[in-house]
Design a protein around this ligand. Structure first.
Ligand code: NIG
Ligand code: FE
Length: 412
């Protein structure tokens, strides 16, 4: 099956040769072709170029993209899409003056979601989660990482990971699973942290490895959650089971988690709302991708990741949604890109790089996703007719997506 897209006003993120990520000053460069064509063969990108060099080829289907912009699908490297119910009440409690921390200390927060999840059947959890997955696909996401972490029991964590596995089997979107058993201490382990860590290491990890349910291991390294030493212990155990670490770190406090993540060669360090100069320094010349989650900053009214300082220091930056019931009940990567421009002062070019190729890197898939490159997945966004790609962050509340293609097929 060959699909030809013609008359593309501008084709974004065109990379002749595959790159892993872009860093520092390179982030400001977004290679494009104006008045372009794109050829898809089955699920892959087969050719592209300028319309005046359009080759004569047999095509099964032609899409006329006059006035429209085409770009690789968003790569959302950090979500918690699989959850049960919602936390609307906590949202209203915060409006009325409670903080995220105060709610968590009362047994709300992650533990509230864990209670709901453990009372929900696997089928019901799947049905609730697939609605969110379909929603983000329609919003242009073509690859997504999904974490466990609302089970906090052996059965609950396995249930979540099995739901993620079934979503991956049933939908064409690329899904990467992360084990986040170390998301919070269940109340019965409040005074016995090592007891819960032992449960993670001795029961959860072997079962997950046995069923091949995750590729990454994550820990919420934060005051009141997992200490730096606990984070290190859990990451090391995950590595032994073949899982690559990623961490939630520096959301509210800078406590040395970034440094331990780098030591364990974490693929990414995520959140980074609170950054000390030494945290930025530590990330220089490493393979670890810093991931910012601006919708979380927006929803919780907490600081935004200091993107300008980090990019000036030569670091790369990825953008992701953090879609979850507590801190970010939104999976809209278009809003993330807009918010990164508006609040973090990233340029549109930097934000597009962060939400495509660097997001792919943070999932270990930049050889197959995140750019318009021959041989990469035909996961694409075709916009409505718009004046330029600036419109995407500029018109921040509008849905400018006309068509989404995943694995070469229109998703609707
Ligand atoms: O990435 N910070 C930790 N975990 C999630 C939110 C968890 C929740 O509130 O349910 C996050 O923001
Ligand atoms: Fe998160």
């Amino acid at each position: 099956m060959t699909t030809l897209i013609t008359n593309i006003k501008e084709l974004l993120q065109v990379r002749e040769t595959s790159i892993a990520k872009v860093s520092g000053a390179e982030m400001a460069i977004l290679p494009t072709i104006k008045n372009a064509f794109l050829v898809l063969k089955d699920n892959l990108i087969a050719d592209f170029g300028s319309m005046d060099q359009l080759p004569k080829i047999h095509t099964d289907k032609t899409i006329d993209a006059t006035g429209k912009i085409v770009l690789p699908s968003w790569c959302d490297s950090h979500t918690h899409i699989v959850y049960a119910g919602n936390r609307e009440q906590e949202f209203v409690d915060r409006i009325n003056g409670l903080t995220y921390e105060e709610i968590a200390n009362r047994g709300g927060g992650i533990l509230n979601s864990a209670k709901k999840l453990n009372e929900t059947s696997e089928k019901e959890l799947y049905d609730q989660s697939k609605v969110r997955l379909e929603e983000v696909m329609r919003l242009g996401t073509g690859a997504v990482e999904i974490k466990s972490g609302y089970g906090l029991t052996v059965e609950g964590e396995l249930k979540m990971l099995r739901v993620i596995q079934r979503l991956a089997q049933n939908y064409p979107i690329t899904i990467k699973a992360t084990f986040l058993g170390a998301h919070a201490f269940p109340s019965e382990f409040k005074e016995n942290h090592q007891g819960y860590i032992d449960l993670i290491i001795n029961e959860m990890l072997p079962a997950i490895a046995e069923e091949k349910l995750a590729e990454f291991i994550d820990v919420f390294c934060e005051t009141g959650y997992f200490t730096v030493a606990e984070t290190q212990q859990i990451m090391k155990a995950g590595i032994k089971f073949g899982l690559k670490p990623k961490i939630h770190v520096n959301q509210f406090n800078s406590i040395g988690g970034i440094q331990v993540g780098i030591k364990q060669e974490a693929l990414s360090v995520d959140h980074l709302e609170v950054m000390k100069p030494e945290d930025i320094e530590a990330l220089k010349n490493t393979e670890t991708m810093p991931v910012a989650l601006p919708s979380c900053s927006y929803f919780l009214s907490i600081p935004y990741t200091p993107a300008r300082e980090m990019i000036a220091a030569g670091l790369p930056m990825a953008l992701a949604t953090d879609y979850n019931p507590g801190s970010t009940p939104s999976g809209n990567m278009n809003f993330v890109v807009a918010t990164a421009c508006i609040k973090m002062k990233m340029t549109p070019e930097e934000a597009f790089n962060a939400a495509t190729i660097n997001g792919a890197y943070a999932m270990g898939i930049s050889d197959t996703h995140g750019s318009i490159t021959i041989g990469k997945k035909a996961n694409l966004i075709i916009t409505k007719p718009i004046p330029s790609y600036y419109q995407i962050p500029y018109a921040f509340g509008s849905n400018l997506i006309d068509t989404v293609l995943i694995e070469g097929e229109i998703f609707s």
